[in-house]
Design a protein around this ligand. Sequence first.
Ligand SMILES: [Mg+2]
Length: 371
Amino acid sequence: MQRSPSPSTMPRLHIAGIKLRFVKPPMRFPLGTSAAVVTAAPLLLVDLQTHEGIIGRSYLFCYRDSGAKAIAGVLQEAVDLVRGHAVVPLEVGELLSRRYALLGVTGIVRMALAALDIALWDALAVAANMPLARFLGAPLRSIPAYNSDGLGLMPAHEAASEAQKLLEPGYHAIKLRLGHREARKDIEVARAVRDAIGSHTDLMVDYNQALTVPEAIQRGHELADLNIYWLEEQICHSNVSGYAQISRSLTTPIQLGENLDGPESVHRVLAESATDYLMLDVARIGGVSGWLRAAAIAAVHDIPVSSHLFPEISVHLLAATPNAHWLEYVSWADAVLLEPLSAIDGVVTPPERPGLGLEWSEPEVKRWTAD
Ligand SMILES: [Mg+2]
């Protein structure tokens, strides 16, 4: 029997415009890290419009109000530059990277282009009526998730009780932020949390770049008997040789990567054996396109890959990632989503909905709209 190609029934999509909304829903668990205290999530909601009527969606966690405004400005201009162009994410990304090369495709520009890239991929998967994971050729497989809400810098007794609350939805793993000024306080809090959650719960620790190399090594040794799953970002993220030194000195695995800027920087970190595990942030790594490239580099080095924030997007990408490790679950976008992602017995599965499955709850978007 002859199999001849038939014309695609999928419409070829073209970029028409973009709608951006800045919202600040409150966080269920305020987060105080060694870097800042955050009580509301500054989110930029992205609706990419196509001439064919399909909407591609994405969103960004913008860290600060000024971040949301600056990213929105770049994103609006970027869409103006490619208006009418076919929805072909790699081609659009290449074109815009050249247009922004002199300003620098990093930081705010990188996040803006990533938000566009994610929305373009979403539009294609929605048009194909497939979840993004399946559109990328992956099964809708379950990914282990840890609850990363809350557990900021807080006194030991508060951390112990918050840790127990975070396990209530059925998680078997949580993340604790450390980096108190006094090392003794870090130990006290970590011990209280370990006692509260028992020995069978996985406990990750994140320092949010608070330490020096000698401090990181010293504090790593001091936590050694608490069975910490990983030690994350102890020192400035760009100090690659420092991480390599810490990694050689400690037996607890090192987690690093949420601040890596584009797939090229993943190569640099892994080539210097600076980390045991890799954590990708879909906004900083360059959207879906950047993630796929970074995941391929990690696979070459046989390094397990976890996600940073954006669980609704990351779960599709982890499903398509060799060596997928952990999904970082945060509930920060839940307030504005019609169907928030949920974990069942500690795992999250890409939903059986077209694209990323992102639909905004318009009354809640209106309620939390910020200037
Ligand atoms: Mg982190």
